[in-house]
Design a protein around this ligand. Structure first.
Ligand code: GNR
Ligand code: NI
Length: 179
């Protein structure tokens, strides 16, 4: 198992539509395990493969609260079968856009079909935080960030700060602070 680096916005790989997983094999299972380890380490409630630079349609999530047992879930090639007419706001964040949060309005519940790590087809309805999370992750698979749901003004402000953060981090790696 390994923690993989998480790509930061802006990055062209985070704007790319990911390709379906052709077959669930050992490489898929290793990738999913690495993604779960990376998500728990961050920590986050979800992580999509494009966020670790793998442009495949696969994400991991665990929306269990602190006092609940872990509830890891891996969804391969997820498809939205149904979305509720009810829409709800939620203050979203993203591991690829650290320290920025904004309200996004999405369907309150969704029905998904996906493939699990044994290659079986699964189907379930998600609501509450889990509905927010799966829609946020499927957006990643389609090359979208929560920023794409905001006004161009807000998106531009956050993107500008992220460009600066990435520049500062690149500079820190090039010339680490001396004592
Ligand atoms: O850890 C995460 N928290 C979160 C909070 C509100 C709405 C969505 C999320 S997903 C995010 C992890 C992440 O960036 N997944 O792609
Ligand atoms: Ni995200």
């Amino acid at each position: 198992m390994a923690i993989r680096p998480i790509l930061l916005h802006p990055d062209p790989r985070l704007k790319t539509v990911a390709r379906p997983v052709q077959a669930v094999d050992d490489a898929t299972r290793r990738l999913a395990q690495d993604m779960l380890e990376t998500m728990y380490d961050a920590p986050g409630i979800g992580l999509a493969a494009p966020q670790v630079g793998v442009l495949l349609r696969l994400f991991v999530m665990d929306c269990a609260k602190g006092d609940e047992p872990p509830d890891p879930l891996v969804l391969v090639n997820p498809e939205i079968l149904w979305t509720s007419p009810e829409r709800v706001p939620y203050e979203e964040g993203c591991l690829s856009v650290p320290d920025h949060y904004a309200e996004v309005i999405r369907p309150a519940a969704v029905e998904l079909r996906w493939t699990d790590l044994d290659g079986g087809v699964r189907q379930a309805r998600f609501d509450g935080l889990r509905a927010v999370c799966v829609q946020h992750e499927i957006d990643h698979l389609d090359g979208r960030l929560f920023l794409d749901h905001l006004s161009p003004i807000k998106r531009g402000m956050i993107t500008r700060k992220m460009v600066k953060l990435k520049r500062d981090r690149a500079r820190d790696r090039a010339e680490p602070a001396r004592a």
